[in-house]
Design a protein around this ligand. Structure first.
Ligand code: TYD
Length: 137
């Protein structure tokens, strides 16, 4: 993994290059450091919209641009970095307690997210100040 802001980072996925078309894959606990409890995807995003301004208490995730491109604004409570995702053979690992927003979606982009836990509204931190205070405790 190429680390970003500490424990987050870009994970390069296996690529099986083939004249018939390329193939990539992910195995839980092998290519990513968590068990996959859930997958979801974000699509048909109108121009200029943003998604996902929040952090999680426990959930960890891998965000992949399966198609098109978008930017992930990642924030560890001290510093912020913008990571552009635009290929399907790598993903951004976002550990728990990282703030993240997704923006600048290209037309027809597809954000695919692997998550370490099932959907739980109580795991969300949606207030940036609460997130900051938690980090700085
Ligand atoms: P949310 O994670 O808040 O999206 P974003 O942060 O990008 O705005 O999810 C939006 C809605 O979708 C929310 O009302 C709950 C629902 N949802 C599920 O039911 N299951 C899921 O796995 C996810 C990610 C969202």
């Amino acid at each position: 993994m190429r680390n970003i802001l500490g424990k987050a980072g870009i994970i390069d996925l296996p690529r099986v290059l083939d004249a018939r078309g390329n193939l990539s894959f992910i195995e839980e606990l092998n290519h990513i450091p968590f068990r996959i409890e859930r997958c979801y995807w974000i699509y048909d995003v109108p121009g200029g919209e943003k998604r996902g301004g929040h952090s999680f208490y426990k959930n960890e995730e891998l965000i992949i641009a399966l198609s098109g491109s978008f930017d992930v604004v990642l924030d560890n409570g001290y510093r912020r970095e913008i990571i552009s995702l635009n290929r399907s053979f790598y993903g951004l690992f976002v550990p728990k307690l990282f703030w993240r927003e997704i923006e600048n979606f290209s037309t027809n982009s597809l954000a695919f997210i692997l998550s370490s836990s099932k959907y739980d509204p109580d795991d969300y931190i949606r207030d940036y100040e609460i997130f900051k205070n938690l980090i700085n405790k």
